[in-house]
Every structure is written in C-alpha cells, then in structure tokens.
Write a protein that binds this ligand. Structure first.
Ligand code: NDP
Length: 283
C-alpha cells in the first residue's frame, strides 16, 4: 500500500519550529525580515509571492514586498538590491524568478549579498554547497531531503535518480543526495533509455515540468517518488510530473501535487530567513 508523504503536515511542523525561534529572537529585540522582489505581473509569480507573504505572517517574519514595473532597467533593479543589501533590518532577499527577458538573471542574483541570499542561488552559496560547507541550502532540494527523512528511509547507499538538471532543483538536489551517501544519477532531455534508469531508482525525483510524465511502468515497486513538478492544466487545475493515479499503485511512498514539495519549499525559505537573521546577529 503506497504511503502519501504529506508535505502540508511536515511543513506545518517546520513552520511551527521557525515560529517559536522567531518569537525567541523577538524577545531579544531582533525582528526577522524577508524582502521579496518581483518584476512584472506574471500570474504564477504573483501566486508564489502572495503565498510567501502569507507564510511569513504566519511565522512572525516581517515581509517586505517590492512589486516593480516590468520595464525596470537592470541598473534600477541592482540599485534596489543594493539598498536591501545595506538595510540592517532586512535579513533575507529573494528575487522572484523568472525575470523579464531584458534583465540578466545571473547578474541580478549575483548582486545579492551572499549572507542574505536565502534562496542559495548566489554563485558563492552554490560553490559552498558543492564543498559541503554551506550556510543556506536551496529551498526545494532541502525541503525534499526533509520529506524523504520523514519516510524513515535512509538515503545512504540508495539508487537515487533525478530527472531534470536545472540550477534551482536538479543540480543542487543531486549534491544533497550525494552528501547523504546516495548513489546519484541525473537524467535530462538527452538521456537515453530513461525508463530503464528510472525503474531502478529506490528514490526517484521528478523535476521536469511536464504533466504526468512519469508513468507507473517507470517506477520501481516500493520506491520513494518525489514529484517536484507544478503544471497548470487547461481546466485550471494543478498536476505534477508524475501520473499520480498510476504511480500510487507501484510506489512505496509518493508526494502529492499540490500538498507535497510546494509547501516544504516555502517552509524552508522561512527556515533560511531565520538562519540568516541568526547569523547576522551572531545568535
Ligand atoms: P527546468 O525547465 O529548468 O528544467 C527541466 C528539466 O527537465 C531540464 O533539465 C530538462 O532537460 C529536463 N527534461 C525536459 N524534458 C525531458 C524529457 N523528455 N526527459 C528527461 N528530462 C527532460 O525546470 P525546473 O527545474 O525549474 O522545474 C521543474 C518543475 O518543477 C516545474 O514544473 C516547476 O514548476 C517545478 N518547480 C516546483 C517547485 C516547488 O516548490 N514545488 C520549485 C521549483 C520548480 P534539459 O536540461 O536537457 O533541457
């Protein structure tokens, strides 16, 4: 019988832990603050930014939002980030991606001071993760490690397969699984014999961005299946990269969409913002 990994429940526990620590800091006179910068009015981004604000409020983190005109210049955006870098009241800075095409995403992310880069996308933080000497872990992969941990299944020695090699999910996910002593394979659009590889995975992470891409015959019986995908269908509903109905007859554990990886990503962002505040205040 497949067990559902309840991301809502697990993230609620994490948020409660963060809330208690935020309150402890407040009693010491330290307020925790996250600045979220969004450019333009992409519908999905607006939803993510709204959710982040809601969760900030729920855990007692001050949320500052900067919703900027889609035509903002690279320099204007960097100037704003510079102000936030210098603002001692701001502990974490997040730039909502994707950015409009005329902006250079890499340079914008690099302009965030690494100690406030709570998404852990800055090249310095990415390098630290490679070395295993990090302060912040990227929110989605770190949240996934916590979800796997909750199954009680050890990653050590397991055959871990990730589909997707993006900088924000696939690549850092591979590093975290490797650091937990998993044997890691990364697949992508040029991978041959994908089914042969995925069907040997004890832990399968799907981060493709393609609705119902993973079918039941691609899954090893009893595997832990983590569905990162968030795909909006024509009828407005959300679905993951895994064909949930088929997969739930084969997998040992599976994350639903919604209610799996998504809530953990936001909860981990709160954890990182708290950590940033603690490090900046030597707490
Ligand atoms: P990207 O589009 O950056 O990466 C997708 C990856 O999938 C690429 O590496 C691509 O390969 C690979 N891919 C595409 N088609 C195939 C195929 N046919 N076979 C094998 N691999 C394939 O996406 P992201 O990593 O940013 O996001 C992936 C999904 O996760 C999206 O649905 C996104 O919305 C969701 N997401 C969810 C989050 C959450 O909190 N739940 C957070 C972040 C993302 P190649 O490199 O060769 O092009």
């Amino acid at each position: 019988m497949t067990k559902i990994i309840d991301g809502k429940l697990i993230s609620a526990k994490l948020k409660e832990e963060v809330k208690i620590e935020v309150e402890n800091l407040r009693e010491k006179g330290i307020s925790v603050c996250l600045a979220v910068v969004m450019v333009g009015d992409d519908t999905a981004s607006k939803v993510y930014v709204r959710n982040k604000k809601r969760v900030c409020e729920a855990v007692g983190i001050v949320s500052k939002e900067f919703i900027l005109n889609a035509n903002i210049s690279q320099q204007e955006l960097i100037d704003l980030i510079d102000l936030l870098n210098k603002d001692r009241k701001v502990n974490g800075i997040l730039v909502q991606l994707p950015l409009p095409k005329h902006l250079n995403e890499k340079d914008i992310i690099s302009s965030i001071v690494p100690s406030k880069d709570v998404d852990a996308f800055h090249p310095i933080n990415v390098g630290k993760i490679m070395l295993g000497e990090y302060d912040f872990l990227p929110c989605t992969p770190a949240g996934i490690i916590d979800l796997i941990y909750e199954t009680g299944i050890s990653i050590e020695g397991k055959n871990c397969v990730i589909i997707g090699r993006s900088n924000i999910v696939g690549k850092p996910m591979s590093m975290l699984l490797l650091q937990k002593n998993g044997t890691v394979t990364i697949c992508h659009s040029k991978t041959q014999n994908l089914k042969e590889i995925t069907s040997k995975a004890d832990i399968l992470v799907a981060a493709v961005g393609c609705p119902n891409f993973i079918k039941d015959d691609m899954i090893k019986p009893g595997a832990v299946v983590i569905d990162v995908g968030i795909n909006r269908l024509k009828d407005g509903s959300l679905c993951g990269d895994v064909d949930f109905e088929g997969a739930k007859n084969v997998a040992g554990y599976i994350t639903p969409v919604p209610g799996g990886v998504g809530p953990m990503t936001i909860a981990t962002l709160m954890k990182n913002t708290l950590l940033a505040a603690k490090l900046q205040n030597h707490n």
